[in-house]
Ligand binder design. Structure first.
Ligand code: FES
Length: 163
């Protein structure tokens, strides 16, 4: 678990060591380990994937496949404000694509990207269980239901004013 620092010395990623120490070296623990890494780091860095690969004896390609299969795992850091637009059936029927397009336009990023200042990231999700409020988007844990273009403008303008 040692990494080379830019200065040439090795240092330990204690956060990762703590996570791995909870799990036996068994392939079946991969998803749980990735979940904890995602939660603690906000994404799954490449050097961490490498350490997991060594620890569990799994090929990097297999780990990459799992990360890209599950939408809750990300390879890049999310923004301070992560915006998720539900594209589940109920939301889609009620126009969530237009909501998504508006957010893309306002932030100048596509799904899966983060603004250069690191403040906003955008993702598309499956049903989040709030179909009665369709179309729905979230900003971190805050749910915005019965969304309209005007609402998107208002909500994003407010977040843009924040730190
Ligand atoms: S389809 Fe969007 S919340 Fe269920």
């Amino acid at each position: 678990m040692n990494e080379k620092c830019k200065c040439g010395n090795e240092y330990k990623d204690e956060k990762l060591e703590k996570i791995l120490s909870k799990y036996e070296k068994n392939k079946s623990n991969l998803i749980q380990i990735l979940s904890e890494v995602q939660e603690n780091y906000g994404y799954i860095p490449e050097n961490v994937q490498l350490e997991i690969s060594k620890y569990l004896g799994i090929e990097m390609a297999e780990i990459y496949g799992v990360i890209t299969f599950y939408s809750r795992f990300t390879l890049k850091p999310k923004g301070k404000y992560n915006i998720a637009v539900c594209l589940g059936t109920a939301c889609f029927v009620k126009g969530s694509e237009k909501i998504l397009d508006r957010i893309k336009q306002k932030l100048g990023i596509d799904v899966g990207q983060t603004t250069p200042d690191g403040r906003f990231s955008l993702e598309a999700t499956r049903c989040i269980g709030a179909c009665g409020l369709a179309p729905v988007f979230t900003v971190n844990d805050e749910v915005h239901g019965k969304a309209t273009i005007d609402m998107v403008d208002k909500v994003l303008d407010e977040y843009m004013k924040k730190d």
